[in-house]
Design a protein around this ligand. Structure first.
Ligand code: ARG
Length: 465
């Protein structure tokens, strides 16, 4: 920073034509450096690629490029060590770094911004940052999917009630139930991979909005920065943030999936269900009720979903009314995006850990199954195979359920003569279809809940992962 803070305060890279310094509140309101300093490493990376291109194209001398590289190495070290003196007088990450560069290397620093604007610079930084974060998230999702596969494998044959309307519907296996989430998190992965392709295009070269009159080489900058291509319209390059919207939509869906499994864990750990126990290290107690063990982490995962949806709506709304091209509204893209990335990463990591500490109570799952007439559909299917139309079979079984209910028994607990009384089509072989084991085993097609089908699904998943 300059020796005289007042001097520093009033001088801006853009203030040549201004008659008075920026209002104090306006200064704070306008500055983004408190949050966008997070982009620093990518800002430096982008600037270096830009400077090298300017050198290659003969727009600035080789000596300047060398000075910029030297200065940026120093700045990077300062940033990493937490020694960089961020200042809100210098507004944002871009001007902070550029000013520091000029302090360190003089005129070469002032030439860095040739053929560039903060508009294409910030769009580039955001894309570089988000690309790296997506790569990190893909790793986190992979760990979660692997964890799910491991538990599903252990419980490929563990019986539990499948629910519709939160009423016992049909027997499934716990492994099959978990594999439903595996599918969801796999699609989340696909969405991020797909979104990454559109994130991964270079805005630099668009300059403020109209491109630049210097003989630049955008393709070489794209190549150096690992972009798959360049943004093909300069106005679009600085104006749109649809890549951020897309990411936030994908993140929102992933949070939806997290929220649903979190809700199920909460339900299953309630003693009325008692299907699972969450490890103590992922629960909290009550300061007034000594007996309590609460699933706070799972509840927070469910709760934080709203926060990510909020970021999606914020980003859509920030964009919707803006005339082309860049407007300062776009500075509002950062905090929602940063927050959504951090939230999703934390939540996915925590879920992976929490599932690792899960204790499954197979007896309780099995007991719940025998309370809900879960094999009624199997009895109907049995009668259909013997020739009864399905609607008639449905009637017959409904009566059987009513009788069993009055006797306080499950269907499989009725005696053979009792069952035969419902229909002359009931034969001696009926009982094996009324057990949950028989029920799940018969659903052995692809996508079915039979232990064989679940193990096959797990094997397919492992070979693709
Ligand atoms: N801090 C700004 C942002 O986040 C950088 C671009 C500023 N451009 C401008 N013309 N004021 O969008």
């Amino acid at each position: 920073m300059a020796d005289d803070p007042m001097q520093e305060d009033t001088h801006k890279p853009w203030s040549g034509r201004f008659g008075e310094p920026l209002d104090r509140l306006a200064q704070r309101f306008n500055a983004s450096v408190t949050f966008d300093q997070r982009l620093a490493e990518h800002d430096i990376e982008g600037s270096l690629a830009h400077a090298r291109m300017l050198g290659r194209c003969g727009i600035i001398p080789a000596k300047d490029v060398a000075d910029i590289e030297r200065g940026m190495a120093e700045i990077l070290a300062e940033v990493r060590a937490g020694r960089f003196a961020w200042s809100i007088e210098r507004e944002d990450v871009h001007l902070n770094i550029e000013s520091r560069l000029t302090e360190l290397v003089g005129d070469a620093g002032k030439r860095l911004h040739t053929a560039r604007s903060r508009n294409d610079q910030v769009a580039t930084d955001m894309r570089l940052w988000l690309r790296a974060e997506i790569d990190g998230l893909l790793g986190v999702l992979k760990a979660l999917r692997t964890r799910i596969l491991d538990i599903a494998e252990q419980h490929a044959a563990t019986l539990m009630p499948g629910y519709t309307h939160l009423q016992v519907a049909q027997p499934v296996t716990f492994g099959h139930h978990l594999m439903a989430y595996y599918e969801m998190f796999s699609r989340d992965t696909e969405r991020l991979v797909d979104c990454r392709r559109r994130v991964n295009r270079l805005p630099l070269g668009a300059s403020a909005l109209a491109g630049t009159s210097y003989p630049i080489d955008r393709e070489s900058v794209a190549k150096e920065l690992g972009f798959e291509g360049v943004c093909e319209n300069s106005l679009d390059a600085v104006a749109d943030r649809d890549f951020a919207v897309e990411f936030l939509a994908a993140a929102s869906l992933s949070m939806t999936h997290v929220s649903r499994i979190a809700e199920e864990l909460i339900l299953w750990m309630n003693p009325r269900f008692g299907f699972v126990k969450l490890a103590d290290r992922f629960c909290t107690g009550s300061s007034i009720m000594p007996q309590k063990k609460n699933p706070d982490m799972a509840e927070l995962m469910r709760g934080k979903t709203g926060r990510v949806y909020g970021s999606l709506v914020a980003m859509l709304t920030v964009t919707k009314g803006q005339p082309l091209t860049y407007n300062k509204d776009n500075q509002e893209d950062k905090e929602p995006l940063f927050d959504a990335v951090d939230t999703l990463r934390d939540v996915l990591s925590l879920l992976t850990e929490m599932l690792g500490g899960l204790t499954v109570n197979a007896e309780r799952m099995r007991a719940a199954l025998s309370e809900g007439y879960a094999t009624a559909t199997d009895l109907a299917d049995y009668l259909v195979r013997k020739g009864l139309p399905f609607r008639d079979a449905h009637e017959v079984v409904a009566k059987a359920v009513k009788t069993a209910e009055a006797a306080g028994k499950d269907l499989a607990e009725l005696s053979l003569p009792e069952l035969k009384a419902f229909s002359p089509l009931v034969g001696d072989d009926v009982l094996k279809f009324l057990t949950p084991e028989g029920s799940v085993a018969s659903r052995s097609h692809i996508g079915g809940t039979a232990p064989t089908a679940v193990r096959a699904a797990i094997a397919r998943a492992r070979s693709r992962l």
